[in-house]
Design a protein around this ligand. Structure first.
Ligand SMILES: *Cc1c(COP(=O)(O)O)cnc(C)c1O
Length: 426
């Protein structure tokens, strides 16, 4: 073996996986079991007391899921990861380790519509208060910091318009405030952007999207960068204080630079319960093997479609950071030089009615609420994913009434353009 470090595409195929030690199976087997037999009573006790690593019960960990965790941690450059049932589950589990009732977190207001909903409404019942900031105005994050702030949450490439966030600038604010920066890297995937390289402390994903990539399995993942000191000012008792659940051990002291991933597993996933099915882990692992190939094709197609739309007389504007004229193009060149992703919006001169009509006339594009599928997808956010927002908030989050969102797939770009042409022209 040479001592060179494997490249991204090699890690996408191999990281975390070995031929199965008992059967020689080369693909990672689906360990479709709820529970695992202990060697003896001492082994069982040491697993339960966190003195040994090993399998107990699939709600806490599973060997198929473990390969997925190791692979995504490697692709993101983190110390460890935890797979969960969905992207939303990842967000709940992360924030449960960081916030006590009455605490706050700052979130960029350009987010996946479901996250805006989760943060505004569901988290209120836990006593977690979201404070919104504008990702295009870094000072708005600074102004939002209070003594109760416990985290900052942003998307690297933000829904729905595919805008690019200045991760390094916001990470500087987080560092000054003494709180971790959480980056939802779903729309970029680590192929385009690795947030940890730019100062993120925690990365979350909806695996449902580009990582799984085929629109067939839900999943989520949390990646620990291993960069944050959880003993700061007693703000993070789940990590720094003795845990009564585990005979008084302190997770940071015991697990060092992967303590956050451990906390998410043994305090979050164990007790809240959103475990990923090993079957879904297998499907997502298979998807990740082709991530670099797919992601490049997604981006190349998206750029071609965005250029076509920008030149069409029925189109009022296109928001795609990969276009040289776009206001996020500078940030795209810095953070995502291989491509600006495949999710973006455009608006039609004919407004709301033209948007609804376009969606109904498209044939190759599927009209549905998802992104990051091999297939090209279309949706009208104002009447669907962002419908819970009032009109001003819709516009602020990039989902005004005339806006259509596309997620460009890996079909032939000529066919995608032809479909848009017939639907716009007719
Ligand atoms: C889909 C999505 C989520 C939520 O993920 P689920 O797997 O649907 O729970 C979170 N963030 C972003 C950016 C997403 O696109």
């Amino acid at each position: 073996m040479s001592d060179r470090l494997p490249g991204f595409s090699t890690l996408a195929v191999h990281a975390g996986a070995q031929p199965d030690p008992t059967t020689g199976a080369r693909a990672t087997p689906i360990y479709q079991t709820t529970s695992f037999v202990f060697n003896d009573a001492d082994h069982a006790a040491s697993l339960f007391g966190l003195q040994a690593f090993g399998n107990i019960y699939t709600r806490i960990g599973n060997p198929t899921n473990a390969v997925l965790e190791e692979r995504v941690a490697a692709l993101e450059g983190g110390t460890a990861a935890l797979a969960v049932a969905s992207g939303h589950a990842a967000q709940v589990v992360v924030l449960q380790q960081l916030l006590q009732p009455g605490d706050e977190f700052i979130a960029a207001r350009k987010l996946y519509g479901g996250s805006i909903n989760q943060f505004t409404h569901a988290f209120k019942s836990f006593g977690w208060n979201v404070v919104w900031a504008d990702p295009d105005d870094i000072a708005s994050f600074e102004r939002a910091v209070t003594p109760r702030t416990r985290a900052i949450f942003i998307e690297s490439i933000a829904n729905p318009a595919g805008s690019i966030t200045d991760i390094e600038a916001i990470s500087t604010v987080a560092r000054k405030a003494g709180v971790p920066l959480i980056v939802d890297n779903t729309l970029a995937s680590p192929y385009l952007i690795r947030p940890i390289d730019h100062g993120a402390d925690i990365v979350v994903h909806s695996l449902t999207k580009f990582l799984g990539g085929h629109g067939n399995s839900l999943g989520g993942i949390i990646v620990d960068a291993g960069t944050f000191d959880w003993s700061i000012g007693g703000k993070y008792p789940m990590l720094s204080e003795p845990r009564p659940e585990y005979h008084g051990i302190r997770l940071q002291e015991t697990f060092g630079n992967f303590a956050f991933a451990i906390a998410c597993r043994v305090l979050g996933l164990r007790d809240l319960g959103p475990a990923l099915s090993p079957f879904n882990a297998f499907m997502i692992l298979t998807g990740i093997e082709t991530l670099p190939l797919r992601m490049q094709k997604h981006c190349d197609n998206a750029k071609a479609v965005a250029e076509f739309l920008a030149g069409h007389p029925a189109v009022a504007s296109v928001s795609y950071a990969g276009l040289p004229s776009d206001k996020y193009n500078q940030l795209a060149r810095k953070y995502a030089p291989k491509g600006a992703g495949a999710v973006f919006t455009f608006s039609l001169k004919g407004g709301y009615d033209a948007g609804v009509s376009l969606v109904s006339k498209l044939q190759l594009f599927s009209h549905l609420a998802n992104v990051g599928d091999t297939r090209s997808l279309v949706i009208h956010p104002a009447s669907t994913t962002h419908s819970q927002l009032d009109d001003a908030a819709k516009v602020r989050s990039g989902a005004g009434p005339d806006v259509v969102r596309l997620s460009i797939g890996i079909e032939d770009k000529e066919d995608l353009i032809a479909d848009l042409e017939q639907a716009l022209g007719a």
